[in-house]
Design a protein around this ligand. Sequence first.
Ligand code: NDP
Length: 333
Amino acid sequence: GRAWHLTARPHGWPAPDGFALREEPVRPPEEGEITVRNLHLSVDPYMRGRMNDVKSYVPPFRLNEPMEGGAVGVVVASRAPEFAPGDQVLHGLGWREYATLPARHATAVSGREAPLTAYLGVLGMPGLTAYAGLLDAGGFRPGDAVFVSGAAGAVGGLAGQIARLKGASRVVGSAGSDDKVRLLTEEYGFDAAFNYRSGPVRDQLRDAAPDGIDVYFDNVGGDHLEAAIGALRTHGRIAVCGMIAQYNATEPPAAPRNLALVIGKRLRIQGFLVNDHKALRPAFVEEVGGWLRSGELRPRETVVQGIENALDAFLGLLRGDNTGKMIVTLDGA
Ligand code: NDP
């Protein structure tokens, strides 16, 4: 099977020549292991951090080895009692066609309740990120006015819709194209949205939320964060989910320059990692699963076909080619 290797660590924007799609032997399972043929791969912004050789909350990818990431696939060989060939599983060895792993690192999933790709998006890590970020880190309460950046992406689109469904007084989003802005207001039910490329975020946020905001769900950082600090009301909260505007930067960002406002407004800035919020998973599955069944929550996906295009899918994600969750579907899935 083929697998994507990182061959050189990027400085700034990753270039395709730092990656290679290589043929690898498929290792047969040992006792307690399964071999999976992957059907769908996830590409996610956090993978950019794993390409750097710095200690973080996840270890860096190793050079000239398959990269890792979320994937769903079908078991083709098993030496574990939990799974038989034909079973479908979610696991962490993406970026490749075949994966052999301990059965305890795989979770059974079923395409009957939701499409398999949902376990990489709305019912998976990005969905829980949106739910936990808004409710735990953001301390959201019904009646809050909420601003979400990266709002047409996987996490942001769900964070804004969850805020609406849980009784936000106003939901405002920003995204990088006019088409995405239309999606936010016309399909996701945001009250207002703007294209951050069309003018200063500060001015556009002021127009979209003239009475200010109570919660800022930050996916972007930089000038978005600065604008949000300006717009937040007293005792407002910032859930710092990501800062994608600086993942490829080679210099530290200039903003936020107005951080001292945090004092007088008594703001709370709370970073969070989805993996710390697994206790919320049952409530998340119950509530989000219900909104999916009722049609009140509309998840979107952008699907790129073929493992040979997985790197382009990842690079496209960093540029904003995706609407909703970016998925790579392998041939034969
Ligand atoms: P998205 O689906 O949102 O894809 C990334 C999006 O970022 C692109 O579509 C693009 O949309 C936007 N973007 C890229 N560059 C910029 C920029 N300079 N300024 C503003 N927007 C930009 O990805 P995810 O939903 O998977 O992730 C969203 C955020 O959540 C990321 O910051 C990620 O790191 C973070 N995250 C954090 C987790 C945690 O545990 N804390 C877990 C999962 C994700 P556009 O066209 O609008 O520019």
